[in-house]
Design a binder for this molecule. Sequence first.
Ligand code: ATP
Length: 240
Amino acid sequence: MKGMSPYAARSAPFEMTGGHVRLEGREVLRGIDLTVAPGDVLAVTGPNGAGKSTLVKALLGLIPLAAGRTAIFGAAPARFRDWQRIGYVPQRLPMGGGVPSTVREVVASGRVARQSRWRPASAADRAAVDAALEAVGLADRARDSAHLLSGGQQQRVLIARALAGEPDVFVMDEPTAGVDAASQAALAQTLRELAVAGRTVVLVTHEMGPLEPLITRNVVLDHGRIAHDSAPSKESRTVA
Ligand SMILES: Nc1ncnc2c1ncn2[C@@H]1O[C@H](COP(=O)(O)OP(=O)(O)OP(=O)(O)O)[C@@H](O)[C@H]1O
């Protein structure tokens, strides 16, 4: 594995300063100052349309900023290369008429950023996929078609795909929305293990439910601004 530069090791997973996002002429994020520190288990909450999904996409560089700047481990998103350090769990499995994938294939796709090109999956790859399936309680569904699972189980597949990549940072957009109780419990257990292992988690959620005891920090968005931050970073505190 590539050595990590001392600079990258010290950098915050995400650091946004004065972040503005405009979509179709509307200012969706307005002046966001947010440093996510290593080991934060951060819940981003707030009313519908507050800008929560937009914020995580902007942190990941999936949506450009109209003003301000943002960095991933100290690098502008366009220059960031260590994508295997980031696991992103989107809101839902992309559906459609493509080739049906088994649960195992979808989860194994989470290893792509780590694999050497043209080489078959290694024992380490297979072990990581097995561990991820086990962690979300889907080991017995590995050969099933992912699209035939329930919404909650599909969400678990996406979480397992991120886990399989063994990233330092997990970004999850509404992982509990419309999800059955068993899947919520599986997610809480997974989050607990990530938190204990010192991983950084950014979680968009409407309600924290069983995840609440695991959350170390809550950022409340309202109309595109941070209305409340339960534990602002030292940098923001000294600036404020
Ligand atoms: N592609 C887009 N083009 C124009 N406006 C958008 C786009 N995506 C989101 N918006 C608008 O930006 C605002 C913030 O949306 P966003 O999805 O980030 O909110 P949210 O807090 O995640 O909401 P929810 O809890 O409903 O998922 C909303 O008013 C939404 O309508």
